[in-house]
Design a protein around this ligand. Sequence first.
Ligand SMILES: Cc1ncc(COP(=O)(O)O)c(C=O)c1O
Length: 486
Amino acid sequence: MAETNNNPAVIGWEETTPVPDGYEFNDYLKEEDGRLRMDGLDLAQVLHDYGTDQGFGRTLPSPLEIIYLPLIRRQIRRMRDYFDTAREEIGYAGQFLYAYASKANAAEEVVRTTLGVGAHHEMSSTIDVDIARIMIARGLLTPERLLICNGFKTADSQYMENIIRIKDAHDLVIPVLEDLDELSPLINSGKQFEVGIRQKTYGHNLTAEAMEAVNSRFGLNIEQVWKTAEYIDASPGLQLRLYHAMVGSQMADEGAFVDYLRPGMEVYAQLRQRYPSLNIFDFGGGMPAAMTLNFQFDYLAFAVGLLSALQETCDRYGVPVPDVMGELGRYTTAAHGAHLFQVILEKDNGSNLPWYIIDGSIMTSFPDSWALSEHFICLPLNNLDKPFQQVQLGGITCDSDDVYPPKKSKSALFLPVDTERLTLGFFGIGAYQEMLGGVRGSKHCVLPEANELLVDRDADGNLQFNVIRGQTNIDVLNNLGYFDGV
Ligand SMILES: Cc1ncc(COP(=O)(O)O)c(C=O)c1O
């Protein structure tokens, strides 16, 4: 069910009583002996010495980013299982193609992990092509993987030139045409390309007419779609392989998600009647991810609904069902990222609720909480076995918007009354937040970037740790042009 004013996002523990022993907040966050475990990882113990060790052998200062890679693999495997079950249930003849939309998080460890479990790769800019080239050289982007090139790639752009060049290193490159203008460089390249066409489908539209009327810069209108298909057909080097119909982001309702894709399915089937090389229906992004504790989405129902609707549409037009591609960004990466902070001050100045001030910035660490009033899970890492109270969080910057819950929020935040060595974590922040906030660079109130702790598990489930150093004060000063030191 979508979160609304009457059904606000649940962002943490909502009682004044301690969290019961062994309580599971979701499928990867669990209380154990008063501390919070992330898929078994004792987070407080990474920041504070409790006299025990989980293989890391030391502590790191707060604030700290946690990158927990097993959750990326789990997400991909689960979605494939949902689609396998759905295909079996309805006897769907096509495949499900899981592509990772790298715009959600282009960090090396993330792309390495998605490719490591066999995901196809979707990209949107010229640097993405360079990343793909590095991954091909490392043997991670293997020849059978589809490389989907979305985004604007005008005729004389670096991106287009890079796409044409990478074709020599990787055969399965599929440029998805956003505009007719993108055709001529592909034709002139003299290379053989399978291509996609993106229709203007963005929005919550139930009919072809509504879709046509939408105000969106993405994709082609129906007349342009047919014209582009004709040009592709007339070009000896090009073949139409993919139809792209993305309808939105973080779709909340599985039935509505399928319904908004239906007008595009009609167009797919009509195109397929005329162009038999077409065999991928790409619904783009929009697959939602749990960033709060009352998030609900029936992924299996979505998969069954989508494949059934495609099957029904293709039967009606007498064409074979397509392979179905999803370009999953948020769904793939939201859960694997967490940001840990220390509460450095409890301040009661007669405001509505006590302020807990943390040693970092909320608005620069996950900008969507400030820009879009987006909610993320916020839980203490220790003192969970002690009483809680309702509070508000303040970042350490001097910005009045650097608060949590977001200003317009109806959600309540409860944290332990005992703030002695209290640390807390924000969860579900692994998609888009780091990319929007920027990696390295200079941040609001010149706060340095935190260290990152990369955590993985080996084949036996043992934890493995790697530290990516954050910024020093000197890094920040140099970055701003103060090269003479202090
Ligand atoms: C073309 C395209 N594909 C995929 C995505 C990923 O979307 P999501 O993060 O909702 O999975 C986006 C996001 O903007 C997109 O523009």
